[in-house]
Design a protein around this ligand. Structure first.
Ligand SMILES: Nc1nc2c(ncn2[C@@H]2O[C@H](COP(=O)(O)OP(=O)(O)OP(=O)(O)O)[C@@H](O)[C@H]2O)c(=O)[nH]1
Length: 991
């Protein structure tokens, strides 16, 4: 890697530094001095310029040229050829050590001939090395390519010797030639060659030791007296290659072999050399490299390339590295191939190629990343992975920014920044609602799908191996039995729903409850006789106010038939249409009860005509909707209505269910009873619920402790379409929550817990009302947020839920300047805990059909917590809405107060200029804002009436027609004839 210095090159070329510098200058290259480094191309030039010289010595070695040639050509032969190599190798070993190396390395060939003696080797080495230098570059290159050839391996081995040579520490002997070669490391080219050689040598460390002694040591070791491979340049070259080759695989190891040798490039020359492992190997001999095997001795020429290598190897190593060799090289044998490949690799490595490759890879990766980043959106100045616009991301309801970040592999903080950029404030863990997710997704190129509650429920149950759909599909006709229709009564306010339900109950069933409570959702079953057959019908009591829309929608899911009540004296009203839409959307057949026909002015036909416009065409008009004229008050035609319900059920529906399985159904209503705990009315839809069953309803779970029907009668089991009150649940489920019984109570509990966690997240998302960036900024600037915190307590869960839904729908102002937050809700009386919570969060408590528990009022008074009580939902909504409006930040507007004309200007050293004026309109008030107008042009508009006097007395204000003295503080540019207009900011009343 390192660039050679001039003096090193000079040494290599066997010239003086001066000569080298002079030559370089001749060549047009500028160098400061002998220690200056020289760029590879210049090195090449210089070498070329002294090629003769360098080669000369090398040639000394007879075979050298040939070998070198061979090397260059890529053939490994040469190496192999040198019989002496083995010996040479030895020397190399010696060489390894720095000192030795150089010399030896270079001369390989020579060595070979010469034999062991290092000395000999050395001599040649220099030259060779020199030559090597030239050739090497190419050779090395070639080698790389050549490596493939088996022979290479062998060669490499020999080369190792060379390497070492290079490796050799400087000190090494004969410098001359060797050195050059020796420091392959420095010389790129050399190194290549050297590498090979060196490589072998490499591990200087190891080899070194011996190295120093080189020759001797090796010499000893090796049998062969053969030449020190290291010395033989050719060998080296070959070795190099081989080495390389070897290295790659075996090579390296060889290094070890050599131990020392060279291999570890790093050590040795650093790179250089590399790993010459091969070469080294050779030396090491030991190494083994493989190849060695056989024939060491053979004369190079005779030997096949491979052999050669081997030979080389052995010899050098003496200890046949064969053993070792193999490893790496498997090569030994196949040496070539691997060797080749590796060799090159190594060589390159020596030059830093290996590394560079890695670097290249990294840089590619880096580039790819850069590209990705370039493509990434920079909304808000951050980089976030972008989707292609089609990428679908499924998010659970209530998921947070963090969850989304995880799905798209983004930094949550970056997403928060993007949200801010979009005008949405959110923390990483804050749940986001669907709109916000969609907004964020659209910005980043993702289609965000919020998992619907149904999907979520299905997935949740599936995790417990409960698949309700599959269960239903698996039911056979034999298992199914007829079940009663479930009917929901719907209609506009005051059209008589409650009265009608009462009438039905009175007519057919024993009174089960007080009745007349519209906001109370319940269910009951009645019996009627149709065609002499006793039939059961289940009624679900639904509230009439629109606030219960959500619950009504849920009711429609459990409803088989909807009874639409329309007052004959009133007609189709908005909620009539809304109820009708709900039923039709749920594909539920409708029976119309035209009520109040007893009233004067009742016009049943008009109702029929109106509803026909909505697709409800009476049977008598050729349609398929049954209309029954009734009077709830007079219990008129109630039986007919029940008949119509049964006929509709028979004609339009196949109401069947399998009673012989675990119960599945829906919670209709729930409340907390002081004595009995959670009481829940459930409607069994399929299966049969028994006392003692484990059930889970929404987030509530438990074992059925007792069941009661609508008459308060205890029942032990409830089949399909049967509503029953259930005791034993852990808490109060919500109206509309599904329930199911499970074989194990543990399963029920776990399902409930999972639902609770999901609900909690959903609530968080739901509670968060939007805040615009602007309003948020203002709030932050003021150190507060305008949030109305509420705690809602009600008698039944359905009412609480409906109230919360309605409150959260309240829109105040254009940009939701005020937030509404329901921080707690629950069923039952207002407790001390509620008040404590309200104290902490500065909330207002809303009680719906509930009162405070004992001493709670005192606590609330003490803490200054306001409690509001309502029994009518819309009254609560209205008042909260007013409260929100009252909380709106006041809007101010500029209101003109009056104006005064300057009649004379008095100059005062104490007060500055005083405008002697007469008020022309309105009034002039002290401290009011003012502007000075001259000839219709505003001279200054940010003035203040700093002083105001009537004669000598200070005045607060001076009215129209009066004179006064006005001081405008430090503003003195006042002239006669100027007008002083005053105004002030006044709060603007909201509409
Ligand atoms: N004359 C007459 N009045 C009726 C009849 N049915 C109901 N009413 C009266 O109409 C008024 C409203 O009746 P409700 O049953 O409370 O009506 P609703 O639809 O349940 O009303 P909300 O609960 O507010 O939705 C009551 O004063 C009833 O007495 C009827 O058949 N004839």
């Amino acid at each position: 890697m390192a660039k050679p210095r001039v003096h090193e090159l000079a040494k290599e070329l066997n010239i003086t530094s001066k000569e080298a510098i002079a030559k370089l200058q001749d060549l047009g290259e500028f160098v400061r001095g002998a220690s200056s480094t020289v760029e590879p191309p210049v090195v090449k030039k210089l070498r070329a310029a002294f090629a003769d010289r360098a080669q000369a010595p090398a040639q000394g070695g007879q075979t050298t040229k040939k070998q070198s040639t061979a090397n260059e050509s890529g053939s490994t032969t040469s190496d192999a050829s040198t019989p002496s190599e083995p010996e040479a190798t030895t020397p190399k070993k010696a060489a390894p050590k720095p000192g030795a190396p150089k010399p030896s390395g270079p001369t390989p060939a020579t060595a070979g001939k010469s034999t062991p003696k290092p000395g000999a080797a050395n001599k040649p080495e220099p030259k060779q090395s020199a030559s090597t230098g030239h050739a090497e570059p190419e050779a090395s290159k070639d080698a790389g390519q050549e490596q493939p050839t088996p022979a290479t391996a062998g060669d490499q081995a020999p080369q190792e010797g060379t390497p070492r040579t290079q490796a050799p520490k400087p000190g090494a002997p004969k410098p001359g030639a060797p050195k050059p070669g020796a420091r392959p490391g420095n010389n790129p080219y050399t190194s290549q060659q050297g590498m090979r050689t060196d490589s072998s040598a490499p591990k200087p460390g190891s080899a070194p030791t011996p190295g120093p002694r080189p020759a001797s040591a090796r010499g000893n070791a090796p049998k062969p007296g053969a030449p020190r491979p290291g010395n033989n340049p050719f060998s080296s070259q070959q070795g190099m290659r081989g080495a390389n080759g070897g290295n790659r695989r075996g090579g390296p190891r060889p290094g070890q072999g050599q131990g020392q040798g060279g291999p570890r490039p790093g050590q040795g020359q650093g790179q250089g050399g590399p790993r010459p492992g091969a070469g080294a190997g050779g030396q090491r001999g030991n190494a083994p490299r493989p190849a060695a095997p056989s024939g060491n001795r053979p004369s190079p020429n005779m030997m096949p390339a491979k052999m050669t290598s081997n030979v080389g190897g052995r010899p050098g190593g003496g200890s046949p590295g064969g053993g070792n060799g193999p490893r790496r090289g498997g090569p030994s044998a196949g040496g070539p191939p691997r060797g080749g490949g590796r060799g090159r690799g190594n060589a390159q490595g020596a030059f830093g190629r290996g590394n560079s490759r890695r670097k290249q890879r990294k840089s590619k990766q880096a580039k790819r990343n850069e590209m990705e980043q370039m493509q990434a959106p920079t909304a808000g100045g951050v980089v976030v992975p972008r989707g292609n616009g089609e990428t679908v991301v499924r998010m659970r309801r209530g998921a947070s920014v963090m969850d989304f970040a995880e799905k798209i592999n983004a930094n949550p903080a970056a997403l928060v920044t993007v949200l801010i950029h979009l005008g949405e404030m959110a923390t990483q863990t804050q749940s986001l609602d669907q709109d916000t997710f969609e907004l964020l997704g659209a910005e980043l190129g993702y289609k965000v799908q919020i998992v619907s509650p149904e999907d979520e429920e299905r997935e949740l149950l599936e995790s417990f191996d409960i698949d309700l759909d599959a269960e239903r599909e698996a039911e056979t006709d034999e298992q199914l039995e007829a079940r009663p229709p479930v009917v929901t009564v719907m209609g506009h306010v005051d059209h008589g729903k409650t009265r009608l339900l009462d009438a039905i109950r009175h007519t057919n069933v024993i009174e089960g409850e007080a009745g007349g409570i519209t906001q109370h959702i319940g269910a009951y079953q009645i019996t009627t006789t149709v065609d002499d057959e006793e039939r059961l019908i289940t009624f679900i009591d639904t509230p009439g106010h629109e606030a219960f829309t959500a619950m009504r929608a849920r009711g429609a899911k459990v409803t088989d038939i909807a009874v639409l009540v329309v007052a004959a004296d009133d007609g189709v009203m908005p909620q009539t249409v809304e109820a009708l839409n709900h039923a039709q959307a749920a594909d539920v057949p409708i029976v119309v009860a035209v009520n109040k026909i007893d009233k004067e002015g009742a016009n049943a036909d008009k109702i029929r005509g109106q509803l026909a416009e909505y697709g409800l065409v009476p049977e008598e008009y050729g349609g398929d909707t049954m209309f029954v004229d009734v009077s709830a008050r007079q219990h008129q035609n109630i039986e007919e209505l029940l008949d119509a319900i049964c006929l509709t059920a028979d004609g339009a529906l196949e109401l069947q269910a399998n009673p012989d399985k675990e119960a599945r159904g829906v919670a209709i209503e729930a409340n907390l009873d002081k004595g009995r705990g959670a009481v829940c009315t459930v409607l069994v839809q399929s299966g049969t619920l028994h006392v003692g069953d484990s059930i889970v309803a929404g987030v509530a779970h438990g074992r059925v402790r007792a069941m009661f029907d609508e008459n308060g009668q205890s029942v032990s089991e409830a089949g399909p379409s049967r509503p029953v009150q259930v005791l034993g649940l852990s808490t109060v489920p919500r109206a509309g929550d599904t329930f199911l019984s499970t074989q194990e109570e543990r399963t029920a509990r776990q399902i409930a817990e999972k639902r609770e966690a999901a609900d909690r997240n959903a609530q968080l998302a739901k509670r968060r009302k939007r805040v615009t960036l602007e309003s948020f900024d203002e709030a932050v600037a003021q150190g507060k947020m305008d949030t109305l915190n509420l705690i809602i307590k009600g008698d039944v869960s359905g009412a609480v839920e409906a109230l919360e839904d309605s409150l959260l729908k309240i829109e105040v102002g254009d940009g939701d300047e005020v937030q509404l937050r329901v921080i707690h809700r629950g069923v039952g009386a207002i407790t001390q805990n509620d008040v404590n919570l309200a104290t902490v969060d500065n909330a207002i408590i809303i009680g719906f059909n509930v009162r405070p528990a004992e001493r709670v009022t005192e606590l609330a008074d003490r803490e200054g917590v306001e409690m509001k009580f309502y029994s009518v939902i819309y009254q609560a909504i209205d008042e909260v809405e007013q409260a929100l409006k009252g909380m709106l930040k006041p809007e101010y507007e500029e209101v003109d107060l009056g104006s005064a004309e300057v009649r004379e200007v008095f100059r005062s050293s104490k007060w500055g200029n005083i405008a002697g004026s007469i008020v022309r309109s309105g009034l002039i008030r002290r401290n009011a804002k003012a502007r000075l107008v001259r000839d219709g042009t505003v001279v200054s508009d940010s003035l203040t009436i700093e002083s105001l006097r009537r004669f000598k007395d200070d005045a607060t204000e001076v009215r129209d027609g009066y004179e006064c003295g006005i001081g405008l503080g430090s503003f003195n540019d006042i002239r006669e004839g100027d007008m002083i207009e005053t105004w002030e900011m006044q709060e603007k009343p909201r509409d």
